[in-house]
Design a protein around this ligand. Structure first.
Ligand SMILES: *Cc1c(COP(=O)(O)O)cnc(C)c1O
Length: 724
């Protein structure tokens, strides 16, 4: 058994044991037990319920205890009152709020119990030391009941003052303050709808436990026979499945009911992100409180230049622009890459093998910058990033962005060739087992890919599509439940696949519009069911990030639409390699066509859209978003609002954009900074990208270049590994 498999089994064991009174307890998994994790459950560990006063902890706790045949301990009634020999309210009056929390904390620190359901008091989570103490022995479940329900219940119960509420602080304020502690300490969140009975909430808690128990992890799209399962964090380190397929969730996809979606409308981007990601990531891998830290690190105003992170604004007719380019490197890839390196770090800790990781990237422009920026912030000293970019076919600003990026353990090398060469050489390096063994033996370094096939990169992207929908509800464009279309300029199919997952989660999305430039293999596929590379050559366009013929993430869609048929998907990709094509059945095509439509545009159309939009509105698109808008104009219908995915800021493609708008400027060779200054004179919509502007003044640090020789690239990788 490999150490990875061992780790899965250990983790499965830890929570299976925890909930062994509930549901079907599968002993098959229980071969060994880890000793160093805080989720070191035994049948003797606790399930804690936390949440606001009035959320139903006590009642739900009693029901849960009955169901699981566990003793129920109520902190107020069973611990504090006997210890203090007086009612809790009397103690509060005697010693005041601040002392009360201390005294309560001290009492909880003495608490020793096992195998129980424990209902915490509403103020327990405010005491850090006691929370640390109880966390060592159990799972903390946050009963997240809508605030309106809490307030009306407290009113009915005639509670007008709770612990910590000093004069002049309103009830909603103190509840909000407390919620930040519940958010910080919880493992799992049970999101409730308005007006639910304790019995309903009990069922949600049981479903939550059931999901922990029956989490099937991730399998390969090409899985044939018994599944080899991976946990979320392993998918992040591993990238691809060993059989060459992509990793996909093995169970049913999470669904968020209409009522629960409504609860997200009034939340900001970070809060939405946390709740949506919690639906996908088991708290046994990343606890809610920890995920919150990652999300807050990634999506704040120091990182994204717009307080709404992914703002949506009315555009033309029934179109709305979702601006996904306010991150540090000005493309939507920042959404994934400000978060994913934190998962990556966490996965390395979990693995605990003392390996070092070399993240090896071939980029056509946008990925390289986003990977470098994300990893340089979050990666530990055990991780390095090496990027190969093509000297031909990348924009001046993309190049400057990467080559001026400072940071430890990062290196950027220009290859005297095009993107295809860089990518195929990097793929070749990954497949070379001998080379990998050499890196591991000589330098203790493992290779890893942070490309868009990595599940840890795809997952964060679901958030903005959902958030885009919620923003349209919030601003009153639609009422909740009304459908919208989403149009995405598509290359490797990652971004639009994330939108597909949001639809599968139950968000009211009618059609997904897949937009291509003249490399329109996907348009043909969605119209005919034929994926055909035989007569195609990659064409160079002004939207290079979607100049792709082998759209890798499509494989995940084929897996889902074929009901997880591993051998079917495996055959299709075998055909693609052998014969340059595959065809899906009429039945599958018909299914896909109920969800997707696809269209493409020529270079001239893209350019006209960009110029025309600028002339009419003053808004300056980047060429990818111009492809998106062109196809949306062709395929959208006016009955439904349409969300355009604005995938890059115009600044990233300043050379192309300026020369289109003002042809006299195009031929002048100028510095990156001059290019941006000229561009910013043309338009202030969207606002100039400040980080790009700053970056354009920085000195080039990475000057290394090499020839288009696989051996040369390999020796650069070796040299980098030896210096890590
Ligand atoms: C990467 C990228 C795309 C393509 O996204 P996929 O997820 O590969 O479909 C589109 N536009 C821009 C600006 C990009 O950087």
């Amino acid at each position: 058994m490999s150490s990875r498999q061992m780790a899965v089994i250990q983790r499965l064991h830890r929570y299976l044991v925890c909930i062994n009174h509930y549901g079907s307890y599968k002993r098959a998994f229980c071969t060994s037990r880890s000793t160093n994790s805080r989720f070191d459950y035994t049948e003797r560990s606790n399930i804690y319920l936390l949440g606001s006063p009035g959320c139903g902890k006590t009642t739900v706790g009693k029901l849960l205890g009955e169901k699981l045949e566990r003793p129920v301990i109520d902190v107020d009634d069973d611990i504090l009152e006997p210890a203090w020999r007086m009612p809790v309210s009397q103690k509060l009056t005697e010693i005041g709020g601040k002392n009360f929390i201390d005294e309560e904390g001290k009492a909880l620190c003495q608490f020793q119990s096992s195998g129980s359901v424990v209902c915490l008091s509403g103020s327990n989570p405010l005491h850090a030391q006691s929370m640390k103490h109880i966390k060592e022995n159990g799972l903390l479940i946050f009963l997240d009941v809508p605030e309106t329900d809490i307030l009306s219940r407290l009113e009915k119960m005639k509670v007008n003052r709770i612990v910590g509420q000093e004069a002049g602080i309103s009830m909603p304020e103190i509840l909000k303050y407390r919620r930040s502690f519940y958010a910080k300490h919880h493992d799992a969140r049970v999101m409730c709808e308005s007006g639910e009975t304790p019995k309903n909430i009990l069922n949600r808690v049981l479903t939550c436990l059931d999901r922990l128990e029956n989490d099937k992890g991730y399998i390969s799209t090409r899985q044939i026979g018994p599944a080899k399962r991976q946990q979320f964090l392993q998918t992040v380190l591993q990238g691809l499945a060993p059989d060459g397929g992509l990793l996909v969730k093995a169970d049913e996809l999470p669904v968020i009911s209409n009522c629960k979606q409504k609860r997200l409308v009034d939340l900001d981007y970070r809060e939405r992100a946390l709740r949506l990601l919690q639906e996908w990531i088991s708290p046994l891998e990343i606890a809610g409180g920890e995920l919150k830290v990652y999300v807050d690190n990634a999506y704040n105003e120091n990182i994204f230049q717009n307080k709404d992170v992914a703002p949506v604004q009315a555009f033309q007719k029934n179109q709305y622009m979702m601006e996904l380019f306010h991150g540090p490197t000005a493309s939507f890839k920042d959404f994934a890459l400000q978060l994913m390196p934190q998962f990556f770090n966490r996965a390395i800790q979990e693995e605990g093998e003392n390996n070092r990781y070399l993240v090896l990237v071939a980029t056509s422009g946008d990925t390289g910058g986003a990977v470098l920026d994300g990893f340089r912030q979050y990666a530990g000293s055990d991780t390095g990033v090496l990027v190969f970019y093509p000297l031909n076919g990348i924009s001046e600003l993309q190049k400057h962005q990467m080559t001026s990026m400072a940071g430890n353990n990062i290196s950027v090398v220009g290859v005297d060739s095009d993107f295809d060469f860089c990518q195929s050489t990097v793929k070749h390096i990954f497949r070379d087992d001998h080379f990998s063994a050499e890196l591991l033996n000589n330098y203790n370094v493992k290779l890893s890919a942070a490309n868009s096939l990595n599940w840890g990169r795809l997952l964060p992207q679901i958030v903005y599509h959902a958030s885009g929908y919620l923003d349209l509800v919030k601003s009153g464009v639609i009422s909740h439940g009304q459908e919208i279309d989403i149009c995405v300029p598509t290359g490797n199919f990652g971004n639009i696949l994330a939108a597909y997952y949001v639809k599968m989660m139950g968000f009211p999305i009618r059609k997904l519009i897949c937009a291509s430039n003249s490399n329109d293999v996907l348009t043909e596929f969605f119209q005919t069911g034929l994926y055909d590379l035989r007569k195609r050559q990659l064409l160079r366009t002004a939207s290079p990030a979607i100049d792709i013929l082998k759209s890798s993430n499509l494989e995940r869609l084929l897996h889902h639409v074929s009901d997880n048929d591993g051998s079917l998907v495996s055959n299709m990709y075998h055909n693609l390699d052998q014969d340059g094509m595959f065809k899906i059945s009429q039945h599958h095509l018909a299914n896909l066509q109920t969800i997707f439509t696809a269209g493409s545009c020529t270079e001239q159309e893209c350019k006209s859209t960009l110029i025309d939009t600028y002339k009419r509105t003053g808004y300056l698109l980047d060429p990818h978003t111009a492809v998106c808008k062109t196809v949306a104009d062709k395929l959208g219908d006016s009955s439904v609002p349409l969300l355009l995915a604005g995938t890059a800021h115009n600044a990233k493609f300043a050379d192309t954009v300026s020369s289109w708008i003002d042809p006299s400027s195009g031929s002048l060779a100028s510095s990156p900074n001059e290019l941006l200054i000229r561009l910013n004179k043309l338009s202030s919509q969207p606002p100039p990208h400040e980080t790009m502007l700053r970056m354009s003044k920085q000195k080039v640090i990475h000057k290394k270049k090499c020839n288009a020789s696989p051996n040369e690239l390999m020796s650069i990788v070796k040299e980098f590994a030896s210096n890590m």
